[in-house]
Design a binder for this molecule. Structure first.
Ligand SMILES: Nc1nc2c(ncn2[C@@H]2O[C@H](COP(=O)(O)OP(=O)(O)OP(=O)(O)O)[C@@H](O)[C@H]2O)c(=O)[nH]1
Length: 243
């Protein structure tokens, strides 16, 4: 069975990461890997594991989003911040193929930043969250994107998520503001709720589809467009809820 670490039990050491501590070597290895898998039309290898990281300010709902995706539940109540970093393995089915995601949940607190930076370079996808009820978490997205561009691979899949969309009365960031920022950076965007589950599966599914497609894109196949896929699938919030 896949390891299912306790989300809050501290710093996790995966052996692959422990070996790969040198920045230069790590970047070179990652570049080789993407070159291997790049644009070939080979059949998809279901043993591949795609590293995906959740990032964003403390309290935006990274752990809750992962728990909702993994276990289909939301644990309300007191907030206990993640310490360090941990991962959960999840297999999703895309076009009848099994795509393995290893999803790393990082601590949003500033004091863990140097720990989490070390994990960026191996990531193939990054889900960047803000909280629609927190202006500071939205304002910090630009700083997060700067960090991502500094530490992550150039072709990393980035998705911007405005979480806590169920909190309609506390909302301070309009959906259009999130959309505008995402457009500015050329990244896909949607609002999610780790509480109700709205768009949670879609976020991970879209990432899995994109990563799978990058590995086994057939030359005669139309290129998968993650933006279009999300736009066609996502549930949009209105003033009074979701439609
Ligand atoms: N209403 C609502 N509350 C949420 C949602 N997501 C998270 N929360 C609450 O927000 C608080 C913080 O959630 P976490 O998932 O622990 O946040 P985090 O981003 O993992 O925080 P760090 O571990 O410190 O980085 C908790 O009290 C959650 O119950 C959501 O979609 N809706």
């Amino acid at each position: 069975m896949d390891p299912a670490p306790d989300q809050r039990s501290g710093l996790y050491q995966d052996s692959a990461y422990a070996m790969d501590t040198d920045t230069e070597d790590g970047r070179a290895a990652a570049a080789d890997m993407s070159a291997d898998t790049g644009s070939s039309a080979l059949p998809y290898d279901e043993d591949l594991t795609h590293k995906t990281i959740l990032v964003g300010d403390s309290g935006v709902g990274k752990t809750s989003l992962l728990v909702q995706f993994d276990q289909g539940k939301f644990i309300p109540g007191s907030f206990s911040a993640t310490v360090g970093i941990g991962f959960t393995n999840k297999v999703v089915t895309v076009d009848n193929l099994k795509v393995k995601l290893q999803i790393w949940d990082t601590a949003g607190q500033e004091r863990f930043r140097s720990v989490t930076h070390a994990y960026y370079r191996d990531a193939q996808a990054l889900l960047l969250l803000y909280d629609i009820t927190s202006k500071s978490s939205f304002d910090n997205i630009r700083a997060w994107l700067t960090e991502i561009h500094e530490y992550a691979q150039k072709d990393v899949v980035i998705m911007l998520l405005g979480n806590k969309s169920d909190m309609v009365h506390e909302r301070v960031i309009k959906q259009e503001e999130g959309q505008k920022l995402a457009r500015e950076y050329g990244v896909p965007f949607m609002e999610t709720s780790a509480k109700t589950g709205v768009n949670v599966e879609l976020a991970f599914l879209a990432v899995a589809k994109e990563l799978k497609q990058r590995v086994c894109q057939q030359p005669n196949e139309p290129k998968f467009q993650i933006h279009d896929y999300i736009e066609s699938q996502k549930q949009k919030s209105t003033c009074c809820g979701f439609m």
